[in-house]
Design a protein around this ligand. Structure first.
Ligand SMILES: [Zn+2]
Ligand SMILES: [Zn+2]
Length: 635
């Protein structure tokens, strides 16, 4: 008998039961997720465990949808070009592609015709069926169809593996699946691009035509997605970074950021925000060396696994490495004194500079750099503290991402085959991580066997205002580093024990996070984060003194203000402040000076009319500050 856990309910059924016989699936279900494995909606179950229906809202659900769209594309191409030979067609984060060999390579002008055929197959609403094949059957089917690339794949499948294929109408593709139940679910498709790609990435092999596309359940979502792509181009942080005078890069130091005064202000505000939240939660900040003798990197394992990314320095006939992460330094700190079980958890935070070598071709604005800082921390905990500490880490994740109005998704990666450490500790840690995710009411996904060899991990994907997902926060349990550094604490029974280490970052690289925020907000930072919060715009030269007085009062309140004292028309000054994305403008004319008022304009709402200066000062004072727990409505 199989035992299932569905929405916290326990069900016992015979093997071979269909998911839909357990509980009615939601109308928009695309696939089912059983114990970490994504499966066809209508495939009988041969294993019990935690079961969940996947929709387009789940990344695993979208993956099935996009991969099925790749099959749809291949079927359409085969109908239009019967001599086509299929390569492979994976799903991508935002769409899919299929590599297809054609006697005549396709061009973008062929795409509308293929799209039209795809829509027709959607109309036909063909059932998509899974078939399991013997090696001989598989070879026969793809030989009859002239699919030489598929035959090559079949021959590479290990003897012990199950060979499966999926059929929809006349079309059959070799595939391990899973797939949607019907072609009719793919409501909207768009083919976006054609390029060439060598079969299996090898230039000695034939050149395939790679057709890219994307797909959605309905036309409206597709339109929204295409508009978002256009919007994302306008919001490119590299472009806005120049326009808003935040940062630049120079060829003298590739991959390292020059922060201009305004960018540095935003950067510092983010760091201060992080510091405040962490100190409220019992983190202690430290600063550790950034250059270590190579022996440390040998001991930590970086020398074996990460050497290519280390910046090395050869001095006094000795090799040293600039740190790519803080963990080994924190282990040395832990080791510096006798620790008791009462000292744990020990939460160490650090914002030091880190360096990782990246190929120059891989560098990309703030998103991928060689020099950066993280809101990094290491928690040294007893095994019985894992649950509570991870709960705390997720609480911090929640506060930070809610502050930036970013929903987020969590992925739990579990024990890989080449894991190190005690099995019992792994199992306990994994079940506690799941318990924490459920206790927080988070919808999460499991990536089975995708954890690091040293421990399971949680990755948090933040969703920005354009619906793009960014992997930012991460929390990794580590059973190995404490082993390598022989870390110990004295337990209640007087015996030395090994602590567990939690590596965690909430924003991740602050450089990259700032780049994400620039695009998320299109450069219009919220008031508390904006480099210049208020600009005062005197209408004529005669209001200069009044403007200066307001400026002095704002500065005294800690508000970042500036005066535009140029000899320009006020309309021009307003437009410039708007382009600079300054949240609030105070226009001051003779009447304002006489009445002790200011005429308030905001970036979003425009002209709000005159208000007494004292009222404005009372209101801006708190709004301009870094949000505290109380203002965030948590804590
Ligand atoms: Zn497939
Ligand atoms: Zn670490």
């Amino acid at each position: 008998m199989l035992e299932f856990d569905i929405n916290g309910e326990r069900l016992i059924r015979e093997p071979g039961v269909h998911p839909a016989e357990l509980v009615p699936p939601p109308a928009d279900a695309l696939a089912v997720w059983v114990n970490g494995e994504t499966r066809d909606l209508n495939r009988p179950l041969d294993q019990g465990g935690h079961l969940q229906f996947l929709t387009f809202e789940d990344s695993a659900g979208r993956h099935v949808f996009r991969h099925s769209s790749a099959h749809l594309l291949a079927q359409a191409v085969k109908r239009l070009f019967p001599d086509a030979k299929l390569g492979t067609g994976p799903a991508l984060e935002d769409g899919f592609y299929y590599d297809i060999w054609l006697p005549e390579p396709l061009t973008e002008s062929d795409l509308p015709r293929i799209e039209e055929m795809m829509r027709q197959i959607v109309q036909e609403n063909l059932p998509i069926e899974r078939m399991e094949l013997s090696r001989e059957e598989a070879l026969r089917i793809f030989d009859e169809r002239g699919e030489s690339f598929k035959l090559e794949i079949v021959r590479r499948i290990p003897e012990s593996a199950v060979i499966s294929a999926y059929r929809q109408g006349e079309f059959v593709d070799l595939c391990s699946g899973p797939h949607l139940p019907r072609t009719g679910l793919i409501g909207a498709v768009k083919l976006t691009q054609v390029s060439g790609a060598y079969w299996r990435g090898d230039e000695k092999n034939p050149m395939m035509t790679r057709i890219y596309g994307t797909s959605f359940p309905d036309a409206e979502s597709l339109e929204r997605h295409l508009a978002q792509i256009e919007e994302a181009k306008l919001r490119d942080h590299r472009k806005l970074g120049v326009q808003l005078d935040l940062f630049s890069f120079r060829e003298e130091a590739p991959g390292f950021v020059f922060w201009h005064p305004k960018g540095q202000q935003v950067y510092r505000t983010l760091e201060e925000f992080s510091r405040r939240l962490q100190s409220l939660r019992g983190y202690q900040e430290v600063a550790t060396p950034w250059i270590y003798r190579v022996g440390l990197w040998e001991r930590s394992g970086h020398w074996d696994h990460y050497r290519d990314n280390l910046f090395l320095i050869d001095r006094d006939d000795e090799l040293s490495g600039v740190k790519p992460m803080n963990c080994p330094g924190h282990c040395l700190l832990f080791k510096g004194a006798t620790r008791s079980y009462r000292d744990l958890p020990w939460r160490l935070a650090e914002y030091s500079p880190l360096s990782r070598y990246e190929r120059s071709g891989a560098l990309h604005g703030l998103m991928r750099v060689r020099g950066f800082h993280q809101d990094d921390a290491h928690l040294f905990v007893r095994p019985d503290q894992i649950r509570e500490e991870m709960f705390g880490v997720l609480d911090l994740v929640d506060v930070v991402y809610r502050t930036f109005d970013m929903p987020y998704e969590v992925v739990l990666s579990t024990r890989p085959d080449d894991y190190m450490g005690e099995l019992a500790l792994w199992e306990r840690a994994e079940s506690e991580l799941e318990a924490v995710l459920r206790a927080r009411g988070l919808k999460y996904q499991i990536n089975p066997k995708d954890g690091a060899f040293y421990g399971p991990k949680l990755d948090v994907y933040a969703v920005d205002s354009l619906g793009r997902r960014w992997q930012c926060a991460t929390a990794q349990l580590d059973f190995q580093l404490p082993e390598k550094f022989q870390l110990e604490y004295i337990d209640q029974d007087g015996q030395p024990k090994r602590p567990v280490m939690i590596h965690r970052a909430i924003m991740g690289s602050i450089e990259r996070f700032l780049g994400i925020l620039v695009e998320h907000y299109a450069g219009a930072f919220p008031l508390w984060l904006a480099p210049v919060q208020v600009r005062i715009l005197p209408i004529t030269d005669r209001q200069q003194n009044y403007a200066r007085r307001i400026w002095t009062e704002l500065r005294a309140l800690g508000v970042r203000a500036e005066v535009d004292d140029r000899n320009q028309k006020v309309q021009y000054k307003i437009r410039e402040a708007q382009v600079a994305k300054i949240p609030e403008m105070l226009v001051v004319g003779p009447r304002d000076e006489a009445n002790g008022s200011v005429s308030l304009r905001t970036r979003e709402a425009g002209d709000l009319g005159a208000i007494p200066l004292s009222d404005y000062l009372a209101s801006i004072r708190d709004r301009a500050k870094i949000p505290d727990e109380e203002r965030l409505g948590v804590g």
